[in-house]
Design a protein around this ligand. Structure first.
Ligand SMILES: [Mg+2]
Length: 229
C-alpha cells in the first residue's frame, strides 16, 4: 500500500504568469491561420483548456468548431507561442514556487505532476522558458480532453504508471488559481488548494470551498504543512 501524496499543479496564474504571452499567441495564431481579428477578452478563458478556448474563439467568429479547424488553430497557436514568450514582456515564476517545486522534487513521499488546460507542447514551451519544466515527469493536458473536469483521472493514471503505485483521490492535491481548478479536483474527490495569484481574488476562490486557499505561496512552510509534507 502506498503512502505517497500526489500534488498536481496548474500552470498559468499558479506556477507562472507569462504577461499575456499565451493570450497573444491565441489571438495572433487565429489571425495568422484564419485571416480574422481575434479578441480573447470576449472569452471567459481563465481555467479553461486550450482546446475549449479554440472552440469558443471559432464559434465567436462564425467558424465551425470542426476537429480540422480546432487542430489547425492549435497548430498556429503552438507556432506563435515561442515567439511571444521570447519577444513579449517577460513573465515570472510566482512567489514561493521555485522553493516548493525543489522541496517536493526531493521529498520521498511526494510525487508532483501537472494538471493543466495547456496542450502538452504549450506547457513545455512555457515551463522551459521559465526553467521549471524538468520538475514534471507526467501530467494531464488539453490534449487529453477539452473539459478540465475530465483531466483528473488522466493525471492519476499517469502518476501511477510513473511511480508504480496507485494514487487515490484522497491522497491527491490539485493546486490552481480558478474555480475551475477547484471543481476539477472536487469531481474526483481530491483535495484542493486555491491561490489568488491569477485572475481571481482570495475571497472569490474561498467562496468555492477549496480545502485551503492562499493569497500566494510565499509562506512555503504553510503550504507544506497543509499537504502534510
Ligand atoms: Mg490557471
Amino acid at each position: 500500500m502506498s503512502k505517497k501524496t500526489l500534488v498536481l499543479w496548474d500552470i498559468d496564474g499558479t506556477l507562472i504568469v507569462s504577461q499575456g504571452a499565451g493570450v497573444r499567441a491565441m489571438e495572433r495564431g487565429f489571425t495568422k491561420r484564419f485571416g480574422l481579428p481575434c479578441d480573447l477578452r470576449k472569452i471567459d478563458w481563465a481555467g479553461r483548456t486550450d482546446s475549449w478556448i479554440t472552440s469558443e474563439v471559432l464559434r465567436h467568429n462564425g467558424l465551425p468548431d470542426t476537429p480540422a479547424n480546432i487542430q489547425a488553430y492549435l497548430e498556429a497557436y503552438l507556432e506563435t507561442l515561442p515567439l511571444e514568450l521570447a519577444d513579449g514582456p517577460q513573465g515570472q515564476v510566482l512567489p514561493g514556487i521555485l522553493e516548493l517545486l525543489e522541496t517536493l522534487h526531493h521529498h520521498p513521499r511526494i510525487a508532483q505532476g501537472l494538471l493543466t488546460g495547456n496542450l502538452q507542447r504549450g506547457a513545455q514551451f512555457k515551463l522551459t522558458h521559465h526553467n521549471v519544466w524538468h520538475y514534471f515527469e507526467f501530467g494531464a493536458f488539453a490534449d487529453d480532453s477539452p473539459r478540465r473536469n475530465d483531466l483528473g483521472p488522466h493525471a492519476l493514471r499517469r502518476a501511477g504508471e510513473r511511480h508504480n503505485v496507485t494514487f487515490t483521490p484522497t491522497q491527491t492535491w490539485i493546486i490552481g488559481d480558478t474555480p475551475h481548478d477547484i471543481e476539477c479536483g472536487k469531481v474526483i474527490g481530491a483535495r484542493t488548494i486555491a491561490v489568488a495569484t491569477g485572475n481571481y481574488t482570495l475571497s472569490e476562490l474561498e467562496s468555492h470551498n477549496p480545502t485551503a486557499a492562499f493569497a500566494d505561496f510565499s509562506d512555503t512552510s504553510a503550504f507544506l504543512r497543509t499537504i502534510g509534507a
